[in-house]
Design a binder for this molecule. Sequence first.
Ligand code: C5P
Length: 224
Amino acid sequence: MKKPVIAIDGFSSTGKSSISKIIAQRLELVHLDTGALYRGVTWFALQNCCRADGTVDIGELFKNFDHIHLEFRNIGNELVLFLNEINITKEIRSNEVSENVSNVAKQAEVREFLLGYQRKLAEKGGVIMDGRDIGTVVLPDADFKFFLTASIEERTKRRYQELLGLGITADEKQVADNLAERDRIDSEREVAPLRQAEDAIVIDNTDMSKKETIEMILNHVKNF
Ligand code: C5P
């Protein structure tokens, strides 16, 4: 039986990844959290291509793509990200990575570097991929495209809770500022900006539970 290719885009902390993960389990699809890839490159850069002031040296990063091997593995139902065989699943959620990732992700060279990996994964179908440019750039021919949005207040609450759950110290105001700043950089960048694809179904889940959002998406894809 042929399985669908589903693109889930949207603003930070609208639940894209956790929702995609559950849908992947329900429909037996492969899930790719593309934000984790950009976070992985950023984590590498912070470790290896950093200036004295702690910011990423982008020129140095470009010289190091050959040393970045990112791979997702499914371990006990969890999507685990490895960078050069080291599990960095928790590290990529740190505040330091969140504060730098959008400036790394806006570089055309970085996007090009990650594009092949993303497209290759979708070649055989049966995939749900979440990010910012999946429906517009990575998989423009996806069978279904969804664009998730929610108020900044609600998204801040969700992200704050997520960080606490991961044992990462967080300050609500800092979380809100980071979300707003990432949304701004992601939407304003020249290459593959965060945009709703023309043929995407928009879901504002400010007042919806995760379960309701999942049911709404499943309802759209059920007749594939
Ligand atoms: O999804 P998540 O919030 O983890 O993504 C982190 C960052 O990675 C985003 O703010 C954005 O800068 C970048 N990103 C991107 N394109 C994607 C996925 C994420 O530019 N497809």
